[in-house]
Design a protein around this ligand. Structure first.
Ligand code: FUL
Length: 496
């Protein structure tokens, strides 16, 4: 045997004899389900409010509009889906039935639907067209079936209406392929007929018919409403929550916005907001400017939530050009900020490491699977980033591997002052969760330190990003000052 062959075999032998890896730390309860994880990884969904209200210039239809008003001559669900996909949305959610009771699919349980409208001579089915366009494009489909129904005579008669509602739900969840989300709105007008919704039965049936779907409502069970319609989460935002503390139709906004660090259930939040003032399309309304969308992104996705942006199709059945333009700007702006993570250029180190596969470098790899874990029973949890040349930045991104539970309760970023060499605090935060984005006035340094001050268990960090957002920048050298100093200060304070 040659020396080379000998060396080869001995190296093989030493490989197979290498010390076993240290196992992962114990996950800390509560944990997300696989459906909740998949939902969270999607980051942004597009809401589609569409129906008779689109044609009658209303928001809460009375349920008395004649079905003949519904006639979107150019309806093209492929256009909706393409815009959603191009703009970075992972799902589309359609108002299959809003409070007016009009069904966008030909339900066999009512005549108040597309089948009584002139659209496609009464043979059309908006849900079917959207389902097939979404499947074709490979993006998820969610459906909104309003519990409050201002048209159907059964509303107000508890047993009769629950039977009617669940029969409609069954149609939606059995005829249109895979449904990723069922959106249960808690709204109901003042002085409307009193009745009970059998939520426990509804949830069981939905999960039975669509095991891959998450159910959204004010109280979960899978996804909770953030508690406002501005798309803004609390600067502290836990996915932990106590379902029993929340009541559908009677939300405590603060509890929903912040979650509950001592909660027993995993119920992450979804931030819904419309691109226009109304949920439905109105000829006299215009979309929000891109700066506003970017702000909402920071305050929703950047605060451990999913951003659900409503983009209502117009009365011709298409998403309007004005909205498309803002969505394109939004996508480009987001890409321009987040495409360049300076942390990738840094040399990374940490106070301790649990084992070789939990090294600090893992925080530069996208995805949740790899993460930094400190050695057990440490008093200090710090990650250091050392750059060859000073970097100029104003955004910090941090992610936790949430499949292991949400842990971090308080942390801060420090930088070494270029002139004095002293460490200075840049920003403080509380929760992290799936993703946390913090903005602050622009800084410059070669050495950064992320310090975890408090955690429910050993903190685990799966990603760190350091960016320069020139658009939100109020620094002296910025080319465009769009966010006022006061708002920036408020953001920093909020995050303290
Ligand atoms: C609310 C509804 O009343 C609005 O019309 C809209 O659907 C919004 C998303 O939820 O509760």
């Amino acid at each position: 045997m040659s020396l080379l062959t000998l060396l080869f075999f001995s190296s093989l032998l030493s490989l197979s004899k290498s010390t076993p890896l240290k196992p992962h730390p114990l996950p800390i309860l509560p944990l997300p389900s696989s459906q909740q994880l998949q939902w969270q990884l999607g980051s942004m969904s597009m809401f589609l409010h569409f129906g008779p209200n689109t044609f009658t210039d209303s928001e809460w239809g009375t349920g008395k509009a004649d079905p003949s008003v519904f006639n979107p001559a150019h309806l093209n669900a492929t256009q909706w889906v393409q815009i959603a996909k191009d703009s970075g949305f992972s799902r589309v959610i359609l108002t299959a039935k809003h409070h007016d009771g009009f069904c966008l699919w030909p339900s066999v349980y009512t005549d108040y639907s597309v089948k009584s409208s002139p659209w496609r001579n009464g043979t059309g089915d908006v849900v079917a067209e959207l389902a097939s366009a979404a499947a074709e494009a490979g993006i998820g489909l969610g459906l909104y079936l309003s519990p409050w129904d201002r048209h159907d005579g059964a509303y107000g008669k508890t047993l009769e209406y629950n039977e009617f509602y669940l029969s409609q739900m069954t149609e939606l969840l059995t005829k249109y392929g895979e449904i990723k989300e069922v959106w249960l709105d808690g709204a109901k007008g003042e002085g409307e007929k009193d009745m009970e919704y059998y939520f426990t039965t509804w949830f069981s049936l939905i999960h039975q018919l669509q095991p891959g779907a998450v159910i959204f409502s004010d109280a979960g069970p899978d996804v909770r409403w953030i508690g406002d319609e501005a798309g803004v989460a609390g600067s502290t935002c836990w996915s932990l929550f106590n379902r029993t503390n929340a009541k559908i139709g009677d939300t405590d906004p603060l509890y929903s916005q912040q979650g509950d660090g001592f909660g027993q259930d995993w119920v992450p939040a979804e931030c819904d907001v419309s691109i226009r003032p109304g949920w439905f399309w109105h000829v006299l309304e215009s979309p929000k400017p891109v700066a506003k969308l970017l702000d909402i992104y920071y305050n929703s996705v950047g605060r451990n939530c999913l951003f659900l942006l409503n983009v209502p199709p117009n009365s011709s059945g298409l998403i309007s050009e004005q909205d498309i333009k803002v969505l394109k700007e939004f996508r480009e702006l987001k890409n321009s900020i987040f495409a360049n993570n300076f942390a990738r250029k840094a040399f990374i180190n940490s106070t301790s490491v649990r084992g070789s596969q939990f090294s600090a470098e893992n925080v530069l790899e996208e995805g949740l699977d790899k993460y930094w874990a400190p050695e057990e029973k440490q008093k200090e949890w710090e990650l250091y980033l050392e750059f060859r040349d000073p970097v100029s930045f104003n955004v910090l991104e941090v992610q936790e591997p949430i499949q292991m539970g949400q842990r971090v309760a308080s942390y801060h970023l420090e930088m070494r002052n270029v002139e004095s060499g002293k460490w200075e605090r840049v920003v403080r935060g509380t929760t992290v969760g799936f993703k946390r984005l913090l903005r602050f006035p622009r800084c410059e340094s070669r050495s950064l330190k992320l310090v975890v001050d408090k955690a429910r268990a050993d903190p685990l960090i799966s990603y760190i990003g350091i960016y320069l957002d020139k658009f939100s920048d109020s620094g002296r050298n910025s080319s465009k000052i769009t966010i006022t100093r006061t708002l920036q200060e408020e953001l920093v304070l909020n995050d303290s």
